[in-house]
Design a protein around this ligand. Structure first.
Ligand code: SIN
Ligand code: FE2
Length: 222
């Protein structure tokens, strides 16, 4: 291909989100969320006003370094009594903010791209990472069943995601995640350990010095 053909190619082809398989049913969809960002950000601000980001406490009494909130019928919470999903925000006593339509469209599109048809998330955990924030290795196992995948959307400054195995001690792959990347894991990969390395200082033109992550789940009955 000569230079002018390359130019033509760039101008006429919409960039196809590249995909990286990281497990039998686990895949990174690079940039898949980018076209949704103009709709996601105002909706995110509204969620933060109705249900402010807060640092929860683990059942063991540790303050989580990630700040979180939720949208959707069910929201994930942690306190001295354990991890669980609730219909109301324990801080405000109000139902969690509804899941905005573009959130749902993005989650369903990503799941379908990864081969999981008819994903119906009822919970979206919204995590906020500032430089130094980390998330230690854990499994997502507070959902009613594990038939549906997890869809995880990264926005803002980059982070390194750890994707381990079925035992905490299994070696974890390091996967850099950037603004707009979506990670989907389900099927035999659904209960794999995962986490996030301490986030490095950086600046993102739309989100400043923070990383925002949405994880969509079918939590089922609380
Ligand atoms: C999570 O495991 O809940 C969040 C993962 C991430 O922030 O990428
Ligand atoms: Fe998780």
């Amino acid at each position: 291909m000569n230079a002018s053909n390359l130019d033509l190619f760039d101008a006429e082809e919409a960039p196809v989100a590249t995909r990286e398989r990281i497990g039998e049913r686990a895949i990174v969809l690079r940039g898949l969320a980018l076209s949704y960002v103009p709709e996601l950000l105002p909706a995110l601000e509204a969620i933060g006003r109705a249900a402010p980001f807060r640092h929860m406490t683990t059942p063991g009494g540790l303050r989580m370094s990630v700040a979180l909130t939720n949208c959707g019928a069910l929201g994930w919470t942690s306190d001295a009594h354990g991890y669980r999903y609730t219909r109301r925000d324990p801080q405000t006593g109000q139902p969690w903010p509804a899941m905005p339509a573009p959130f749902l469209r993005l989650a369903r599109a990503a799941a379908a791209e990864a081969g999981f048809e008819d994903f119906r998330p009822d919970a979206c955990l919204v995590n906020r990472y500032l430089p130094g924030t980390r998330l230690s290795l854990h499994q997502d196992r507070d959902e009613h069943d594990f038939a549906a995948p997890i869809v995880s959307v990264s926005l803002g400054i980059p982070a390194v995601f750890l994707f381990g195995g079925h035992a905490r001690a299994d070696r974890a792959a390091r996967i850099p995640l950037h603004h707009g990347d979506v990670l989907v894991w389900g099927g035999p990969d659904r209960l794999r350990y995962h986490g996030v390395l301490p986030v490095k200082e950086a600046h993102h033109p739309l989100l400043g010095g923070q990383r925002i992550n949405f994880t969509f789940r079918e939590a089922g009955r609380p």
